[in-house]
Design a protein around this ligand. Sequence first.
Ligand code: GLC
Ligand code: MG
Ligand code: CA
Length: 617
Amino acid sequence: MQGSVLGPQLLINMGTVLKVLVITVGVIAVLGWIAVGITWGVLSSQGPEPPELKPLDWWEHCVLYQIYPRSFKDSDGDGIGDLQGIISELEHFPDAGIDAIWMSPIFESPMIDFGYDISNFYNIHHEYGTMEDFRELLQKAHSLGIKVLLDFVPNHASTYSDYFIESEGGNPEFADYFVWADGYPDPENESNILPPSNWISHFGGSAWEWSSTRQQFYLHQFAVEQADFNFRHQPVKDEMINIMRFWLDEGADGFRVDALPYMIEADPADHDGRYPDNPLSGLIQFEPHQLEYTIPLYTKDLIELYDVVYEWREFTDQYQAEHGGDTRVLFAEGYANISMTMLYYGNEDGKAGTHFPFNFDFITDLSSESRARDFVYVILKWLSYMPFGAVPNWVLGNHDNNRMPTRFNESMVDGLNALNMLLPGVAVTYQGEEIGMRDGYVSWEDTVDVEACNRGDEDTYHLYNRDPARTPFHWDNTTSAGFSISDDTWLPIADDYMEINLAKQKEDARSHYKVYQKLTALRKHTTLSHGEYDIRAFSDSSFYLVRSLRTYDTLVLLFNVAQTADTVDLSRVPHLTLPATVYVASIHSSRDAGDIIDREELTLQRGEALVLQAAPI
Ligand code: GLC
Ligand code: MG
Ligand code: CA
């Protein structure tokens, strides 16, 4: 009975439960789908959001190119490069992907130090052209979107300058323009006068030169014909501002500032009225006339010099505020230790310095001997010491040092250019690096560099000679590499110009120049202008540099800096997802642009560099 009574009831109840269940499941399902739908909607509409991008000033991610005007292009067949020559080749810069040029000095000069000895800071050197030529150069460069920086040489003037002639002659207006000092009677020889201190010139010999006219010594930290200005004298500081203002008024976009560490020397007032001797280095292989014999305690990196630099920055900022237009920049030249170098950016009190000091670490700290770990260490050194928010920069060579492929290795040209272009900040190229120009051979007879001539002799000049890095640019395979219609050029043309020249590299299917063009084009990529970096060695031979930015492609440089092949494991590269595409490969690579990399194991040949493009993080 119970069963019969319960039976239908149970049946009825079961039916209700089933209905409820069906309804519940249905509701849950509907709710579930709604929930999934909402989540999906949220995910797909909000996605990983692109980051907010800080707007960059024109110079902050530019490619900056150094022209050595004497060796860039000769327009009039005198065997010497000139402004009309530069004007005729301005198209080279947009073609190569270059944004700004700085020119070594183009001002009136007796050319003892090829323009770094300026006799008139307000005029163009006659071999290079006229003020009209300069104006034309500026106007044409600007119409191509190229900024033009001049070389500002504040530490010294030529002894042929009016400043010096007037100062030496005792004109009261200029009397204190230079560092003049009496000498000391030589106890061993009455007719001899000893210099005020043991300071040694950069180009060898005493830094003091006797003037029979003024009957005093003057200081020259460089050549005898380059007299150091007296930066403890306000009119000199004012004159420097006048010089800068003059060229800014002409339309220059800023300055590379020369030889800053040497600007100020110890003040006799702090040393019992005497110029203090520099301490001896104790390096017995050097003789007293050689730079390395002493430590430049009283002649280099003096803290007072930075105040002058900070004043210049105030001036250029104020100039821009008054005149409008784009930022006028100051880029500092100074070979100094990392702390003294960083002070050129500014100090802890918030004083702004130059926009950046050139980073010469690739020149001073790395070479063909360096391992991948050295590269990573040296690169991170700059990035670690740089003040917050500052802009880094990378320099592979200049007119004072052996050329990049000569200091490193020819197999490394594309990898080094790639490194330069993929690192954050400004990439600096010295003329010829875009085609991998090597040092030219310059015999003792042909050597004209004052440093080599003063410090060296026939056997040792090559240790100091800066001429090999200054031989003319190789435009093509015609007379004088297309530099000049004359075959008598101021320095010889390097004998490899038939192999290494721009015209050929534009024709060749693969060339350093084509790699360079691809690299500068890649710099327009937001990942490179705004992304994070990560750099680490795989081994002694190879390292990676990763640039990544949320929602933008990840870009990776793989570079084997060794002279043997190396197999790397790409799973170790953060943010790199495979497959990746080869964006550009060094010219001897077996890979080509567009190749797909889908295996984690990858072998890099000696000097091989690959730039990979991969999906965003
Ligand atoms: C800088 C220049 C160099 C010059 C020296 C003196 O170092 O780059 O070429 O000789 O200053 O002006
Ligand atoms: Mg000429
Ligand atoms: Ca000085």
